[in-house]
Unconditional design. Structure first.
Length: 160
């Protein structure tokens, strides 16, 4: 493994940490900055109520803002007082000098403990020297019977 490959992997790990912390803290602009301008954030292989797909900065920003910005009297997105996503095993494959793929396992913790878990399938692209997420596919493997996120995806859909 070369120094350039090590630096690329570390930059991608740092990007994944930024994404996770930004999402958990509802730092919308920081979250959006993790993606390429045409980036895709989507779920796959999940029950219908858990399916979503957002393409591009504007759509991703609008979706994230709906997690945070609620109108008075509007129901909360979820019933958790906190959420923390924890990443564990992460396999990063460098495809070329400006592209990579990764598979990472995650678990989300909330007031009930482990709330839901799955894995990310990512495609990364280096843009102007910075690694960014070009596509993140979220796959859900498990949801706690006591999950506080049962309505979260539904509650953050754009109004039709």
């Amino acid at each position: 493994m070369t120094i350039e490959e090590l630096l690329a992997r570390e930059a991608i790990r740092d990007l994944m940490a930024k994404y996770t912390v930004s999402g958990d803290r509802l730092k919308v602009d920081d979250y959006v900055s993790c993606f390429t301008e045409d980036g895709i954030m989507e779920s796959e292989r999940a029950p219908g109520e858990y399916l979503f797909r957002y393409v591009g900065w504007e759509a991703i920003r609008d979706w994230q803002a709906r997690w945070r910005d609620r109108d008075p009297g509007q129901a909360a997105v979820h019933d958790a007082t906190f959420v923390r996503h924890h990443l564990s095993t992460c396999k990063i494959d460098l495809i070329g000098p400006d592209s990579a793929k990764a598979r990472s396992y995650w678990v989300a913790w909330s007031d009930v403990g482990p709330d839901h878990a799955g894995y990310y399938l990512d495609e990364f692209r280096k843009v102007d020297g910075i690694w960014l997420i070009a596509r993140r596919s979220v796959r859900l493997d498990w949801v706690s019977l006591d999950s506080l996120f049962e309505t979260a995806i539904e509650n953050t859909r754009a109004e039709a």
